[in-house]
Design a binder for this molecule. Structure first.
Ligand code: NAD
Length: 277
């Protein structure tokens, strides 16, 4: 029997982490998960004020003072290079930034989220941030990890990385025409499935250099959404509820620490069972 003290550890003291899009809903939770285990954490966001608020939240939550807010546009290569020079080598990169595309419609108006009307500029913008941004950050920070011989990349995907959206969730009763109903945009599925491809590609690309790459696929987090939507979604989730905002922390800790030292190229789906129905 291997003694417990010799098992791979959750401890992140002395490690440096960066969370992209860290100023949103889940970013501060990922950052808090890592800071709680002793990591030095950079919270990077295109909205620097949100990153600053997130850093304050994480310091208050964890009493770890080594938490720094910074500006980063994940679509901008010189921005990424400059941040890499500033923060030095990372042990952990969490690719979390995304554009949160709103699924709403005004009655009687052709809906821009629908495939037939989906603006090409919107496609490009969302894919640039959610997918290309993850590739660009992995390329820069991951190359440094590979040269050092160690590192972990975690891509934040979604339950919609393994299933199609159920468009009935987004129906609005005040809109009678089917072809006007709002939908989850095509970009979301493409980005999230693409992130799993990126995860597998990078996982084999740098495995021999000590860099592990995995994905976490969260289900929907309750954040004050409308009652109808929540009821409809809950019916699709075997555990009977949406996720709590802090419920992915333990998975982030597992996937970013040596506790998952033999896991590489996987997609951990945490969705209350929705995707197995
Ligand atoms: N919230 C959920 O229910 C849920 C469920 C499944 C998956 N996810 C995924 O988790 C991740 C975080 O979700 P969230 O709910 O916190 O989203 P959010 O919209 O609250 O936060 C996203 C953050 O990314 C930042 N951002 C946007 N463009 C950027 C850019 N170019 N460079 C850097 N930062 C940029 C935004 O400013 C924002 O702070 C996303 O990838 C999302 O798709 C969320």
């Amino acid at each position: 029997m291997v003694p417990l003290s010799e098992l791979p550890s959750f401890d992140l003291s002395g490690r440096t982490a960066l969370v992209t899009g860290g100023g949103g809903l889940l970013g501060p939770q990922h950052a808090a998960a890592l800071a709680a285990l002793g990591a030095r954490v950079f919270i990077a966001d295109i909205a620097e004020d949100r990153a600053v608020a997130a850093a304050q939240f994480v310091i208050a939550e964890t009493s770890n003072e080594q938490v720094t807010a910074c500006h980063l546009d994940v679509t901008n290569t010189s921005n990424i290079e400059a941040l890499s020079a500033k923060v030095g080598p990372l042990d952990i990169l969490v690719n979390n930034a995304a554009i949160d595309a709103k699924v709403t419609a005004a009655p009687g108006v052709a809906n821009g989220t629908r495939l037939e009307f989906f603006p090409l500029e919107q496609w490009r913008l969302e894919i640039d941030v959610g997918l290309t941004g993850a590739m660009l950050c992995s390329r820069t920070f991951g190359a440094v990890m590979a040269r050092r011989g160690r590192g972990v990349i975690l891509n934040i995907a979604s339950d919609l990385s393994v299933i199609a959206p159920d468009q009935r969730l987004y129906r609005q009763s005040d809109i009678s025409e089917d072809d006007q109903q709002p939908v989850k945009p095509v970009t979301y599925s493409v980005i999230k499935h693409g992130l799993i491809g990126l995860t597998r590609y990078l996982a084999t690309y740098w495995a021999h250099c000590g860099v592990r790459v995995n994905a976490l696929s969260p289900g929907g987090v309750f954040n004050g959404q409308g009652e109808d939507f929540v009821l409809r979604l809950t019916e699709l989730i075997p555990v009977g509820r949406m996720a709590r905002v802090n419920e992915y922390r333990s998975a982030v800790q597992f996937l970013c620490s040596d506790a998952s030292s033999y896991m590489n190229g996987q997609n951990v789906v945490m969705d209350g069972g929705r995707s197995v129905l």
